[in-house]
Design a protein around this ligand. Structure first.
Ligand SMILES: O=C(NCCO)c1cc(-c2ccc(F)cc2)cc(O)c1O
Ligand SMILES: [Mg+2]
Length: 215
C-alpha cells in the first residue's frame, strides 16, 4: 500500500541526510517540513529553544512523552553524554517503527531507550523496570489532553525532585490550556512560557512551557 507521510519523511531522510550525522537528519526533516509536507515535529524554531534548555540542564536522566517520528528524540540525544539515560515513549506502533529507523539512521540508537506503549502504563514502571530513581528533565509532546494526567502521574510516582525541569510543547497550538493552568497555579512549579512559532509556519504562534519542580 502507499507510503504514509511519516514513511515519506523517513525515505527523504535516508536519501538526503548522512548516516550517523544527527544534524543532517534534523536538517532533512525540517527541509521536508518547510518545503514539501507539514508534519507535527517540534521543528527547527521551537527546537532551538529546547536545545538551549537541554544544554542548560545537562540531564543525566531524561524522559520524552511522545516520540512521533523521533525528531525531538534525536534533537535531545545529540546533546546528551553517552552516560545519560534517555527514554522516549510512543503509543502509535507505526510512528514508533518510523522513529526506530530514523534514530538508527542518525546513529543514536545506543543513546535512546525507545518504548512503544501507553505512557500511563510506562510511568509507574520507570523506577522498577527502567531503574530510574528520579528524572532530571522531561519533554512532553504527546496527546494534549493527557499532559495533565501524565505530569500528575510523574508526581505521584515520585519521579520528580527539586529542580526537575519539565518542558511541554504546543501550549498555544493546538493548545494545552488545562496543562498550562495546572503548572502555573498548582504551586508545585516555577513555570515560564516561551513564545515561539508553530512548526514550519512563519505566521502561527506557539510556545513551550518550562516548569521547574519545587520539590
Ligand atoms: O498531537 C500531537 N502530538 C502527539 C502525537 O504525536 C501534535 C499535534 C499538532 C497539531 C496537529 C494538527 C493541527 F492542526 C495543529 C497542531 C502539533 C504538534 O506539535 C503535536 O505534537
Ligand atoms: Mg508537538
Amino acid at each position: 500500500s502507499a507510503m504514509s507521510k511519516e514513511q515519506r519523511v523517513l525515505q527523504y531522510v535516508q536519501q538526503n541526510a548522512s548516516r550517523g550525522d544527527p544534524d543532517s537528519v534534523l536538517a532533512a526533516v525540517d527541509k521536508f517540513g518547510w518545503e514539501t509536507e507539514w508534519a507535527m515535529n517540534l521543528g527547527d524554531v521551537k527546537g532551538a529553544i529546547l536545545d538551549r534548555f537541554v544544554k542548560e540542564t545537562a540531564p543525566q536522566t531524561m524522559l520524552e512523552l511522545g516520540t512521533y517520528m523521533g525528531y525531538s528524540a534525536i534533537r535531545i540525544a545529540r546533546l546528551l553524554p553517552e552516560t545519560a539515560k534517555f527514554m522516549t515513549v510512543e503509543f502509535d506502533q507505526e510512528n514508533a517503527a518510523v522513529a526506530r529507523e530514523m534514530i538508527e539512521f542518525a546513529g543514536l540508537q545506543n543513546r535512546i531507550i525507545q518504548i512503544t506503549s501507553d505512557t500511563a502504563d510506562v510511568i509507574p514502571q520507570l523506577k522498577t523496570k527502567y531503574d530510574v530513581e528520579t528524572l532530571d528533565m522531561v519533554f512532553i509532546d504527546h496527546w494534549k489532553d493527557v499532559y495533565v494526567r501524565d505530569i500528575k502521574l510523574l508526581e505521584t510516582n515520585k519521579l520528580l525532585r527539586k529542580g526537575t525541569v519539565v518542558v511541554a510543547d504546543n501550549i498555544i497550538k493546538p493548545g494545552a490550556p488545562e496543562y498550562a493552568e495546572y503548572v502555573r497555579t498548582c504551586g508545585k512549579y516555577d513555570s515560564t512560557f516561551h513564545e515561539s512559532r508553530f512548526e514550519y509556519s512563519n505566521d502561527d504562534i506557539d510556545g513551550l512551557e518550562k516548569s521547574v519542580f519545587r520539590g
